[in-house]
Design a protein around this ligand. Structure first.
Ligand SMILES: [Zn+2]
Length: 87
């Protein structure tokens, strides 16, 4: 059994509900943005990220990081209005 590698990153972005720093969690399948205090999370598959947020410029791979974070942030703001999380 291979344990899933998870990395956690605290961002300067503030939670729209409580104002604490949001966390970016990444494992082999998903990138998750969430607030550990409000227990609100939104996730995106890496497959989707590779499809929508990566530019190939010659031999360089450019991740549209700001756009990705913005999209996740919009999703999490939307989540704050609906209590139940549907995945
Ligand atoms: Zn919060």
């Amino acid at each position: 059994m291979v344990s899933e590698e998870t990395s956690k990153l605290e961002l300067g972005l503030k939670c729209p509900m409580c104002g604490s720093n949001l966390q970016l969690i990444e494992n082999s399948t998903y990138v998750v943005l969430g607030c550990p205090h409000c227990k609100v999370y939104t996730r995106m598959t890496k497959k989707h990220i590779y499809r929508s947020y990566i530019n190939y410029e010659g031999k360089y791979v450019h991740l549209k990081w700001t756009e990705l974070i913005k999209e996740l942030y919009i999703r999490i703001s939307g989540r704050s209005h609906q209590e139940s999380s549907t995945t």
